[in-house]
Each structure stands twice: as C-alpha cells, then as structure tokens.
Design a protein around this ligand. Structure first.
Ligand SMILES: NC(=O)c1ccc[n+]([C@@H]2O[C@H](COP(=O)([O-])OP(=O)(O)OC[C@H]3O[C@@H](n4cnc5c(N)ncnc54)[C@H](OP(=O)(O)O)[C@@H]3O)[C@@H](O)[C@H]2O)c1
Length: 381
C-alpha cells in the first residue's frame, strides 16, 4: 500500500522514514508548503497526490483543523484511506470524516491522536465489541506529567518545570494547550467516542495545572500524595462524562509510577477488569509508530474506530462525586462544603465533603472570575 504524507515536521519525518522500512507499505509523495519542496519526493499541490492512482492512503500529520479538514475530505472523496495523528481535527470533525470515509469505502483511523505510541484506541475499539467499558482515562499528556514529576522529584517551581520541559522539547513555545488540560480533554473526547459511540462536544470540564505551586506540591508530599493530571470518562445515563483535572494519588497508586513524559492510558471492562497501557505518548518515532500501526490495520481490513452511529452529545459531569483539595483565600472557604481546613496565613487548604465534578469546576470558575487565585485537585483514584 502506497502512502502519501501530509506534513513533514516532527511526526511527518518519522512516518516517512518508517514507511521506507515497513513491509507491505511504501512511502509516496510528501506534501509540504510552497517553496519547501527541496527533494523529488516532496510536492506542494495536494492535487498531485489525489490524482495519483498509485497512492492508496494519505497520512495527515500537519496539525490544526483547517486546511487539514478540507484535505482529509478531498482525500476520502478521491477514495484514499485516511489516517491522522491530529486530535484537534478528529475532535472537531471526526463525525463528518467517519461518515465520508464510509460513503467512499475508505478507512478513517487516528490512534496516534490519543496516547501517541500507546495503543489505547485500538484496544478500546476491540474491547468494546465483547465487553462493557465501565470507565476510561489516565495520564494522556506527557508535558504536564513531566512538569508535575519534576516539581515533585526535583523540587522545581512551576516556571522552572515549564522551562525544563521546553528545553527538552516536551513543551511547545506556547504550552497553553498542554498546561490548560485542553490537549488531554481532546484525547478523552476521542476515547469516549470509540468506547461509547458518543463524542462529548459540549459541557466538558478541564482544569489544568497552571495554578499549582511548589508549596502545594510540598504540602501533598507531607501527606503522602502525588499529583497527576488525569483525564476521565465513562457512561452517564444517555450521555457520557468527560473531564480533566489534577488528582492526588496515594503513594503506591499505579499513576505515581508514571515518571517524566510518559503516558498511562487505562480502561475498566466489566469482564476484563482494569487494563493499563503505559508508554511514550508523544515524540517522533512513538507517534509515527502509531500512524504505521493504523496503516497496517487497514491492510488487515480494520477500517474504522468510530461506529456508524457515533454522534455528538453534551457531556454530563453531574453524576460523579469526589472529595477535593482546594487551596484558596481563607475568606472564600465558605463557598465550599468544608470537611476540614488548614489555615496558612491568608490562605486556607480545604478538604471538601463529596461534591460533583461539575459543582467543583463551576465553583472554581466563579471564584476565579471574581479575582480569586486558587488550585484544586480531586483526592483519590
Ligand atoms: N509531536 C508529537 O509528539 C505528536 C504526538 C501526537 C500527536 N501529534 C500531532 O501530530 C500533528 C503534527 O505534529 P508535529 O509535532 O509533527 O507538528 P510540526 O512539527 O509542527 O509539523 C507539522 C508540519 O506540517 C507542515 N504543515 C502545516 N500546515 C501545512 C500545510 N497547509 N501544507 C503543508 N504542510 C503543512 C508544517 O510546515 P511548516 O513548518 O512550514 O509550518 C510542519 O512541517 C499534530 O496534529 C499533533 O497534535 C504530535
């Protein structure tokens, strides 16, 4: 199967190199921007790829929703299989691309978009056929895991941990999608769609790690907790729950063993029990390996990860109740259902009674809108 590649950046170079060595796969032309075609295999016009009958599949590794969506649609209409590592594209337009792929008898696969090299979506897609997926989630963002781990083990403050992550190439110059939790949220959207046929597109909640301080981390350590940014999802009546937030885990929990920029994706099947997959969630070759795995799936007849009736829903995060740690100005503690509180000057560290995920996130948004500085994390698994 001959594969054209759209984009020749971090992942694109890896995909092209791996295609050159793969069995039953062949590297086709690579689309680059005008003025950048400095080798014969590089082209600047998508039409050259779409009109080429020797190209069977297109691997999109450019990023962004547009023009990736236009290019994906055109490739599928031309009957080419379509594989992508682009979570923003699949979260925004996955439903439309799935329908278009099926209309044209072409594949639409995107396992690199959730978990990088970790084969999370393929496992979920297979497991859901014979088992009920009770819940899913995990550490799906390597950048924030690196930062939280460095804050704990190297005693760095937030700014130092971010600088370190940028120096090592784990964080981009603009790290906002990672540190805000948005990157992990897009991934849990895709996982919910694969497991439950429901792509949560509204009502999602994400709390990132921008507000965590070295003092918070020292406080957690004194109590035997490790902080990780977790994405979570599950069935919620006719809808699904889907949210991202920092979580405090007791030492010994599996997530505490996930160090540096590693990912840990997990799901619980009614029959299988908990399944945990760990590995590199990003990087040139881990991500390229997931793109190649999708291409091999096509050769074996697996063409889709979304079912025909996969549809958008509003997420429902009201059902799940948790206990939260909240650090906030002491004067505002009355806005929370307080179980216990430790006063530290003008600041208070509250442990709440059980409250719903949405109540916690909405309360935090309201307090921040009124100018309060706070950090919160769910306690426990
Ligand atoms: N990097 C990772 O570890 C990783 C992991 C999982 C998923 N992903 C996803 O994989 C995708 C690519 O990531 P990346 O890290 O490889 O990004 P990157 O290094 O920025 O590479 C993207 C490449 O695509 C090119 N490009 C963008 N728009 C184009 C267009 N309209 N026509 C032709 N070329 C175009 C860019 O060219 P210019 O440089 O000229 O703009 C660049 O060479 C993203 O969706 C990302 O979320 C990445």
């Amino acid at each position: 199967m001959r594969v054209a590649v759209l984009g020749f950046g971090t992942v694109g170079v890896g995909v092209y190199e791996m295609l050159q060595q793969a069995q039953e796969l062949e590297a086709g032309p690579v689309l680059v921007r005008p003025g950048k075609a400095d080798a014969p295999f590089k082209v600047t016009d998508l039409e050259q790829i779409l009109a080429d009958p020797r190209v069977d599949a297109v691997a999109e590794v450019m990023g962004g929703v547009e023009p990736a969506y236009q290019y994906a649609s055109a490739a599928l209409r031309a009957g080419k299989h379509f594989v992508t590592s682009n979570k923003a594209l699949v979260a925004a337009r996955g439903i439309e691309l799935n329908a278009l792929a099926r209309e044209n008898g072409a594949a639409f696969l995107f396992s690199a978009a959730c978990g990088g090299g970790v084969p999370f979506l393929h496992n979920l897609s297979l497991a859901r056929e014979s088992d009920e997926i009770l819940s899913l989630g995990g550490i799906l963002n390597g950048t924030t895991n690196y930062m939280l781990d460095a804050m704990q083990r190297l005693s760095l403050d937030y700014g130092e941990a971010l600088q370190d992550a940028q120096r090592l190439g784990y964080a981009e110059a603009d790290p906002s999608a990672d540190v805000s939790g948005m990157d992990a949220l897009r991934k849990i959207m895709l996982a919910c769609a694969v497991a439950y046929d429901k792509l949560p597109s509204d009502g999602l909640l994400n709390e990132g790690i921008e507000s965590i301080t070295a003092a918070d981390v020292a406080h957690f350590r004194s109590k035997g907790y490790t902080c990780r940014l977790l994405a979570r999802g599950g069935r919620a009546g006719e809808s699904v729950s889907a949210w991202v937030e920092p979580v405090l885990l007791r030492d010994g929990a599996p997530e505490c063993a996930v160090l540096e920029n590693y990912n840990m994706a997990s799901y619980e099947g009614k029959c299988s029990g908990p399944i945990v997959l760990m590995g590199q969630g990003a990087g040139r070759y881990p991500t390229a390996s997931a793109v190649l795995r999708d291409l091999s799936c096509i050769l074996h007849g697996k063409l889709y990860m979304f079912q025909v009736d996969c549809r958008r829903v509003a997420a429902d995060n009201n059902c799940k109740e948790q206990i939260y740690y909240v650090r906030l100005p002491a004067a505002l503690a009355g806005d929370l259902p307080v179980e216990s509180a430790e006063l530290d000057g003008d600041t208070v560290r509250v442990v709440t009674r059980p409250i719903s995920v949405s109540q916690m996130h909405v309360t935090a948004q309201r307090l921040r809108a009124a100018g309060a500085s706070l950090f919160f994390a769910a306690i426990g698994g």
